[in-house]
Design a protein around this ligand. Structure first.
Ligand code: GUN
Ligand code: FE
Length: 425
């Protein structure tokens, strides 16, 4: 967190609710000790001595939270999009993840990954590593250097994967304890328990992770209800469970510090359980398209008041930019409405923007908006347009996010008031 006062000037847009975007042209965004104090049309008298970082005609928007991505999958983005989840894991993912036994390879990939994430619209992220402790530690070191705030998980998996990517149950738990001891000292990078998904984790492993969670009060990330074959397999693997969500909940792994990626196929009982536990759903629309997983019923989750944010799910999702996830979330919701569920109104741009900023940001506390008290995560970027400039600032925001492309060039980026880069760097 940055100490002292920060004043940023530009065309400011941020969500004030799931439906509403506040917009102020040539406004002042003020923050003190890393937290927003307010957005003003004129610089208040009491701030007259504070230097203003004036970004002219640029957009100034909250940083985005990527609630779900896999760092070791960075090298094979864009490949394997003719496969569904389980074949894609066996063909691309597991062979790639085996390579992270080699710390030199891990160092190279994770350095490139961290650089790319730093340059992207993401200010906070919740990240899967691999099962390897040394490589995951390297990933945490690289993330710490970026200045982004993140959770990083050493993956646990003790069944249904190749010999080179499978732990013994006890080993998985002792390695997790060792990893937690070794990586306790980071400032911005925190550990998160990461059972890969039920097909990769025996009941004994889940029980052990539940114990670690309880003892240490740790957060959890995993996958849930992504693909029909996966859901059917979980039914075979855990005949004792009423549903897939219960295979986590039974071991105490679902609470308000839990993120479940995808949730495309949940029954009403599972939705009720996630709601009761106040767990987070990471909606990953591009991944769901690439692996032909389906379209998650996000309208229903929002109506139910569940916590929903967006994820890129690298490398099932190819694009690192959450701007693309915003556009895709709107796009796939229209397909669900037209083809599957007439009563499920498509998401609006404002709703998708809110999920990418305040929705996922909530996992990190008061993050993802410019309302007073929010941590000052700020993106500054030039507007994109393909014709005369439009009057409405929210429309200009919408067009900019849609046209930005993966190589979006941010003018400046701040996390909790700290400037990661800006003009002249
Ligand atoms: N389910 C289990 N592992 C994975 C993974 O690496 N990616 C995705 N998209 N789903 C998974
Ligand atoms: Fe994933």
């Amino acid at each position: 967190m940055r100490q002292g006062r920060l004043a940023v000037k530009g065309n400011i847009c941020y969500s004030t609710s799931i439906k509403d975007i506040a917009a102020l042209e040539g406004g002042y965004l003020l923050a003190e000790d890393g937290r927003v104090t307010g957005v003003y049309a004129r610089l208040p008298e009491a701030w007259s001595g504070v230097p203003v970082e004036d970004y002219g005609d640029c957009l100034v928007i909250p940083g985005m939270t990527d609630l779900h991505l896999h760092a070791p999958q960075f090298p094979f983005r864009g490949l394997g999009t003719d496969l569904e989840l389980l074949d894609w894991l066996n063909t691309y993912t597991f062979p790639e993840e085996e390579k992270y036994r080699d710390t030199e390879y891990a160092g190279q990939v994770y350095a490139a990954f961290a650089d790319a994430l730093k340059a992207s619209p993401t200010t906070r992220a919740v990240i899967f590593g691999t099962l390897h402790v040394p490589a995951t530690r390297i990933l945490m070191e690289k993330m710490e250097e970026t200045g982004l705030i993140s959770y990083v998980g050493k993956v646990n998996m003790d069944r249904n994967s190749p010999d080179g990517l499978r732990e013994g149950t006890r080993q998985s738990l002792t390695d997790t304890e060792a990893w937690l001891r070794e990586t306790a000292g980071f400032r911005r990078t925190r550990p998160i328990l990461t059972p890969r998904f039920t097909p990769s984790c025996s009941d004994g492993l889940m029980a052990g992770l539940g114990e670690i969670k309880k003892t240490r009060g740790l957060p959890v990330q995993s996958h849930l209800g992504e693909n029909p074959s996966e859901v059917a397999w979980v039914r075979e693997l855990c005949p004792w469970a009423r549903n897939y969500a219960e295979t986590y909940d039974h071991f105490g792994l679902l609470d308000e510090r839990t993120i479940m990626a995808h949730c495309v196929y949940l029954n009403d009982e599972e939705i009720g359980l996630l709601k009761a536990r106040r767990s987070f759903i990471a909606h990953c629309p591009q991944s769901n398209m690439n692996l032909a997983s389906g379209v998650a019923p996000i309208r229903k989750y929002l109506d139910e008041g569940l916590n929903v944010g967006l994820g890129t799910d690298l490398a099932a999702g190819a694009d690192l930019s959450l701007f693309r996830a915003v556009t895709d979330a709107v796009g796939v919701s229209k397909l669900r409405w037209r083809l599957l569920q007439e009563e499920a109104r498509p998401l609006t741009f404002a709703e998708a923007f809110c999920m990418a900023t305040a929705g996922g940001g909530k996992y990190f506390g008061n993050v993802g908006s410019f309302l007073p008290g929010c941590e000052a995560d700020i993106l500054v970027l030039p507007e994109q347009r393909s014709g005369p400039r439009r009057e409405s600032l929210p429309e200009r925001l919408e067009q900019t996010l849609c046209l930005a492309g993966e190589d979006v060039h941010l003018t400046a980026k701040y996390v909790a008031g700290e400037k990661l880069f800006g003009p002249g760097d």
